[in-house]
Design a protein around this ligand. Structure first.
Ligand SMILES: [Zn+2]
Length: 413
């Protein structure tokens, strides 16, 4: 039996608490242990306590001195588009010059350019780039990521992306939770209705029979997939045993939050334009909101979702990066913590809860990860600071010192 004792953390942020997502005032309760240690056996957390206590019980264990640093559970990023080919540097520069989305699309940019490059890439080429992205996430302290397909938009290309995620899971220490987002955009050579039929009749059955995804997502927005088209896809996915997450109310308040509530979805994501009725519907149906301030920031918008109202309404808020080449090119959860505090007026503690234990529950993994409690996987990150609030406070620099997955040190600076 392999054991590891880590001693002398200035703050061990445990997130210990009820075995469910945290709401209301609970979001600010981090369960911090000071001058703390942690004992790990066989990749799982055995004991969390004072440094003295752990030292006494560490006989036979490899000992690591944390030197007064802060330890957090590995971040759980519940919304990313991890697998794609190329980048969107030209779009980025055009947007900086003030061009509109329409002008950028006309110049050959937008999502379609990523779809073309992703279709042209082989599975091995996609895997190589995805590994680079996965490595970035680990270096930022993230040990679990949800990842969506959606840059293939044909049966074979969507399957290719999902297979890359499966290989990523086998070959990298980060855990990838796969989501099928075949309905990310309508391909240029077909109509939305015809494409919805393809997603329902051909893509979803293959994804389900090959067990390539745990969740189904749809980009529900005017001009992409309307509410009724989205409902058809989600209903079919649910029948096949997939759970639901949805891109809703990002650009317009189209009733997307209510749709996710009607369907009993696990999460409703984006919600920049969701109003109080939408918030009430999410509350009534126990749907977790996944807020993505990185995309608001990177698009140069100021229309952040109403995080405070959601917390006050009792929603189990989640924060995620929305990592993607077009609208949120960041794998950094500390950057998201900074945006949550400065732009959405969440406290540092609330933001950390939203990026760890609440995110873990939104991926059906709340029993295994998201907090540092006995029996859970030893997934955690060590940061070069003495107070957890520094993570959200200093921005634009990495404070990661080391990252552990199942008790193995996978990143060290
Ligand atoms: Zn997204």
């Amino acid at each position: 039996m392999k054991s590891l004792a880590l001693l002398h953390a200035s703050q061990l942020v445990t997130l210990a608490g009820p075995k469910r997502p945290r709401v209301g005032k609970e979001l600010a309760e981090l369960g911090i242990t000071r001058d703390a240690g942690i004992l790990i056996r066989d990749g799982k957390i055995d004991i969390v306590g004072s440094s003295d206590e752990i030292e006494k019980k560490s006989k036979g264990a490899e000992v690591v001195d944390l030197g007064g640093r802060v330890v957090l559970p590995g971040f759980v990023d519940a919304h990313t588009h991890l697998v794609f080919a190329g980048d969107r540097l030209d779009d980025f520069e055009r947007r900086a010059r003030g061009e509109t989305y329409e002008q950028i699309a006309k110049a050959g940019g937008g999502i379609w350019s990523t779809v073309e490059r992703t279709r042209a890439a082989t599975e091995d080429e996609l895997l190589k780039q995805a590994k680079k992205h996965a490595d970035w996430f680990l270096k930022c302290g993230t040990t679990t990521v949800e990842a969506k397909s959606g840059y293939g938009l044909t049966l074979e290309d969507e399957l290719k992306i999902l297979r890359v995620m499966r290989r990523l899971n086998d070959e990298m220490p980060i855990e990838v939770v796969p989501t099928f987002l075949g309905a990310h955009a309508v391909p240029r050579d077909t109509s939305a209705d015809k494409y919805v039929d393809l997603v329902i009749n051909e893509m979803l059955p293959r994804v389900a029979s090959e067990k390539l995804a745990e969740f189904c997502d749809v980009f529900c927005e005017r001009g992409y997939f309307e509410v009724e088209q989205s409902r058809k896809i989600f209903t079919a996915a649910k029948k096949l045993g997939l759970k639901l997450r949805g891109h809703v109310d990002q650009l317009t308040n189209s009733g997307g939050a209510k749709l996710m509530a009607d369907l009993g979805a696990t999460t409703a994501d984006h919600l920049e334009k969701t109003d109080e009725q939408g918030i009430a519907a999410l509350k009534a149906a126990n749907v977790q909101p996944v807020l993505l301030p990185g995309s608001v920031y990177a698009l140069g918008s100021t229309s952040y979702p109403r995080a405070r109202e959601m917390i006050e309404a009792g929603l189990a808020v989640v924060l995620a990066t929305d990592f993607n080449p077009g609208s949120s090119p960041t794998p950094s959860m500390p950057m998201i913590l900074s945006l949550a505090c400065t732009q959405m007026k969440m406290s540092p503690a609330e933001a950390i809860t939203a990026a760890t234990i609440n995110a873990a529950y939104s991926l059906n993994r709340g029993e295994k990860i998201g907090s540092l409690e006995p029996g859970k996987l030893a997934n955690f990150s060590v940061f070069d600071c003495e107070d957890y609030r520094e993570l959200a406070y200093w921005f634009g620099i990495s404070q990661t010192h080391a990252v552990y997955v199942r008790g193995e040190n996978v990143v060290r600076f």
